[in-house]
Ligand binder design. Structure first.
Ligand code: FAD
Length: 307
């Protein structure tokens, strides 16, 4: 059995693996896809102390760093269930899709999250070519340009307010007949000169010239008419889905499905910790996920020396 078993190999899991292995304890990482969301990222300009890098390059460096230590990396392994230890200090079990079971005194859940997609023509084709999901990451790339934010909930309106300070013009596109964001955000949004809001609008297509995005097409849900807004960027803000379905009912999750943790990164189950985008810690970023992953391993070590 392991002392620390990390489920998920994104930045949170990689940082957790390095911190655990450096304590000289038996460390394993089971991950469906080592690197996680970072593999899907092109330019990264906010990984502090590295001015500019690319996702696949950062993943290679993460893997090399983890491999400096005695860590059992189990790739292409999808976890399907967590069976908690019967008493504190006992062994927790992780069931894998392939039928195998892994046992460990402590577990770190770092299975990340995925952006909910529009599922319209052009979205996949123009991802990273005008279709973006993270305003903190990609906002500055659209300085002086026109963008849309799809989604009028809190994250969409926060994104629109943030982007309005950087870009030339923001069009907010909301499916329902009104915005869902908090009033204070809506008031702030309406005070900005370079923002338009379109409600009852169903996004139907990402329009492009084969190289990059040139517009967004939507259907007016009242008249069924199609309209196209010319622009250079589309930020999709219709939800971030935590990869926590497989622990639901065992580990406490928020109404958004995020695993709830305390200040040390521990879940409701003693010896089971969580880190990164799968948790209820706000702001989903690489550097934050790494910090959380590191903390969860230090907490797991602290747990181990007491049990
Ligand atoms: P993830 O990176 O999501 O990793 C999750 C890991 O868990 C993966 O290894 C996955 O395969 C695995 N996994 C999931 N379910 C299971 C399961 N059941 N069993 C086993 N393994 C499982 N952040 C920035 O700071 N800067 C940026 O510029 C930036 N740009 C981004 C661009 C894009 C397109 C996207 C999608 C995200 C971007 N982010 C950026 C956000 C950043 O990638 C995430 O915050 C970060 O990767 C979260 O790390 P994580 O380790 O928590 O989860």
């Amino acid at each position: 059995p392991f002392d620390v078993l990390i489920v998920g190999g994104g930045p949170a899991g990689a940082a957790a693996a390095i911190y655990a292995a450096r304590k000289g304890i038996r460390t394993g990482v089971a991950a469906e896809r080592f690197g996680g969301q970072v593999l899907d990222t092109m330019g990264i300009e906010n990984f502090v102390s590295v001015q500019e890098t690319e996702g696949p390059k950062l993943v290679r460096q993460l893997e090399e760093h983890v491999k400096q230590y005695d860590v059992d990396i189990m790739s292409l392994q999808r976890a399907s269930a967590l069976i908690p230890a019967e008493e504190a200090g006992g062994l927790h079990e992780i069931r894998l899709d392939n039928g195998a079971t892994l046992r460990s005194k402590t577990i770190i859940l770092s299975t990340g999250a995925r952006w909910r997609e529009l599922n319209v023509p052009g979205e996949t084709e123009y991802r990273n070519k005008g279709v973006a999901y993270c305003p903190h990451c990609d906002g500055p790339l659209y300085k002086g340009k026109r963008v849309a934010v799809v989604g009028g909930g809190n994250s969409g309106i926060e994104a629109a307010i943030d982007l309005a300070g950087i870009v030339k013009h923001v069009t907010v596109i909301e499916f329902a007949d009104s915005l869902k964001a908090d009033d204070v955000l809506q008031r702030k949004l309406h005070s900005l000169p370079n923002v338009d809001v379109i409600t009852s609008a169903q996004t139907t297509q990402v329009v492009g010239d084969k190289q990059k995005v040139t517009g967004i097409e939507y259907k007016d849900r009242n008249s069924d008419e199609l309209h196209t807004v010319e622009l250079e960027g589309i930020f999709v803000q219709i939800g971030l889905l935590p990869n926590s379905e497989w622990v639901k009912g065992t580990v406490t999750t928020s109404k958004y499905g995020e695993i709830e943790i305390d200040a040390k990164g521990q879940t409701n189950i003693p010896g089971v910790f969580a880190a990164g985008d799968v948790t209820n810690v706000p702001y989903k970023q690489i550097i934050i996920a790494m910090g959380e992953g590191s903390r969860s391993s230090l907490s797991a070590f602290d747990y181990l020396i007491r049990h």
